[in-house]
Every structure is written in C-alpha cells, then in structure tokens.
Design a protein around this ligand. Structure first.
Ligand SMILES: NC(=O)C1=CN([C@@H]2O[C@H](COP(=O)(O)OP(=O)(O)OC[C@H]3O[C@@H](n4cnc5c(N)ncnc54)[C@H](O)[C@@H]3O)[C@@H](O)[C@H]2O)C=CC1
Ligand SMILES: O=C1O[C@H](COP(=O)(O)O)[C@@H](O)[C@H](O)[C@H]1O
Length: 256
C-alpha cells in the first residue's frame, strides 16, 4: 500500500517542527512554508500563503490528510491579522481540500478558543486537586480575537464536514514547549504539551477514523482542566508526559 500523503502547513513553526521531529519517516510529507526555507528541506515543499487559492489547489493535489498549522499564533494578534491569516486562510485551504478530494483535515485550534471558562475559576482550576474539566462539547468562550479566529476555524471545519463530508479533527492545543514545561506558570503547566506527545497526538489524528471531532491537546498532566477522554477514546491518544514530573526542578526552558 502507498504511504499516506500528508500536507503540513506552517511546517517551519514550533508545532510543525515537533511533528516532523517525531514523524519524519512515517508519512509521505509535503510541506508548506510561508517564506523560502534557509536550507533544503528533507521533503517536497511549496512556498507561499494559505490565502492563495491557486497555490492551495496545487498543495492539496493527491493529498490524503492535511495538518493545518499555518496562521498567526499570537494571543494578542490584531483582528486584521487573524481575519486574514487564520479565518480566511482556513476557509481557503478547506475549500481546496474538498475540491482536491482530501479525506481528513487536522486543524490546529487553541486553548484560547475557550479561554474565558478560566475567568471565574482561576487559579484553582490550574491545580491538581481541582476537578473541573472542559471536554470539547462546550461552546467556545474565546478570551481574545485570536481565540475567536480559532473558534471560527472549528466552525468552518464543522461546515466543511456537514456540507462536503471532509473528516475534521480540531485539536485545541495547550502550551507546547520543548524538553520541559513552562516554569513559574501554573496555567502553562496545566496545559503543557510535550514535543513527543504532540507528535504522537498528530499521528493519531492522521491514522484514526472519525467524522468531526474537537479534542484537547495536552500531555497527561496532574494539573489539568482539559479532559483527554475524547482524544483517548476516538484517536487512541496515549500521552507519555506529565508536567508534574518536572516540579521542583530548576531547569531552563528551551524557548521553543
Ligand atoms: N505553540 C503552541 O503552544 C500553540 C499553537 N497553536 C496553533 O498551532 C499553530 C502553529 O503554531 P506555532 O507553531 O506555535 O506558530 P509558529 O508561528 O511557530 O508557526 C506558524 C507558521 O505558520 C506560518 N504562517 C503564518 N501565516 C501564514 C500564512 N498566511 N500562510 C502560510 N503560512 C503562514 C508562519 O510563517 C510560521 O512558520 C497555529 O495555528 C497556532 O494557532 C495553538 C495552541 C498552542
Ligand atoms: O494558542 C496558543 O497558546 C499558547 C499558550 O497560551 P499562553 O497565553 O499561555 O502563552 C501560546 O503560547 C501560543 O503562542 C498560542 O498560539
């Protein structure tokens, strides 16, 4: 059987590198970079913007699954930027996916799509004793325009699934850092996603069968306010890391 072909947008970013570090040999990758890469990549690639309809048509040709990471990831990003890069960009690539007959679409959503569930519960919900959990069935409550754009991407996914049959998995990613959870940041520790769990979760989303899903993307942290049940049940996610294992350590976090 042919290897699964996977288009990865935002391939040069933090999440993209975590995925490729873990899964470089697992799939037939095609990468999308916003700007020309400084070194020749190990996989075929295109350069350009996700809002470019012609380029997205070319990028999606012959692809089985798309992991869509490209966008403005800044929680403080202004409306104009998230409208263009995140909302319009996601619409353009989802339409191109449907036109090209792509089967699955894995969408990088965010904790910021549900940020305001924290407002009346913090800081207790960041602590291990607290049993409050979001499970992906709740309505979005974005805490900023960036979160609004991520919720909009989830809704676009719902539309392209219901209207066109695209299989969509939205992963509300927590806080990805390399090697070590954020230090002195309870919220970041509660939603830490290690690099290896990030790669594994995306592998699950490429391989599993589903229709439309919203799951949380964090490691199996003692501190948590996101349920991992849906990711485990539907995708077979089996996280290996836990921010509690680093408590008391004084190691320096890799900025990535
Ligand atoms: N890093 C994290 O902890 C989290 C990330 N996410 C989401 O994951 C995705 C990736 O985030 P990171 O890797 O952290 O960000 P990043 O900024 O490191 O990578 C994003 C990449 O997308 C590219 N890009 C931006 N706009 C583009 C456009 N219009 N067309 C083509 N490429 C474009 C950028 O050049 C960059 O290489 C984003 O959608 C972000 O919202 C969500 C939650 C947490
Ligand atoms: O969606 C995202 O969330 C993470 C974590 O948010 P923060 O407000 O706790 O820093 C953020 O680091 C990342 O840039 C963003 O895309």
């Amino acid at each position: 059987m042919d290897e699964e072909s996977v288009l990865l947008t935002g391939a040069k970013g933090r999440v993209g590198r975590a995925i490729l570090d873990g899964l470089a040999d697992e799939y037939d990758w095609r990468l999308l970079f916003h700007n020309p890469p400084p070194e020749e990549p190990d996989h075929p690639y295109l350069v350009g913007d996700v809002v470019d309809e012609e380029l997205m048509a070319e990028a999606c040709e012959g692809i089985d699954t798309i992991i869509h990471l490209a966008g403005d990831p800044r929680p403080e990003a202004p409306w104009d930027s998230v409208l263009e890069n995140n909302i319009h960009g996601t619409k353009v690539i989802m339409q191109a996916a449907v036109d090209a007959g792509v089967e699955k679409f894995v969408y990088a959503s965010s904790n910021h799509a549900v940020g305001h569930y924290e407002t009346e519960r913090k800081p207790d919900l960041y602590r291990a004793h607290d049993e409050f959990r979001l499970d992906g069935t709740e309505l979005p409550r974005p805490g900023n325009f960036y979160g609004v754009s991520k919720a909009a991407g989830e809704t676009l996914g719902r539309f392209y699934h219901d209207e066109h049959g695209l299989k969509v998995c939205c992963i509300r990613i927590g806080n990805l850092t390399k090697g070590h959870p954020p230090i002195d940041y309870e919220r970041g520790q509660a939603m830490w996603l290690s690099h290896r769990d990030c790669a594994h979760l995306h592998q699950c989303a490429i391989d599993a069968a589903y229709d439309y899903e919203i799951v949380y993307g964090i490691s199996d942290n003692d501190r948590k306010y996101y349920s991992l049940e849906r990711a485990k049940e539907v995708l077979g996610y089996d996280p290996q890391d836990n921010s509690a294992h680093f408590e008391g350590e004084e190691r320096v976090v890799d900025g990535d």
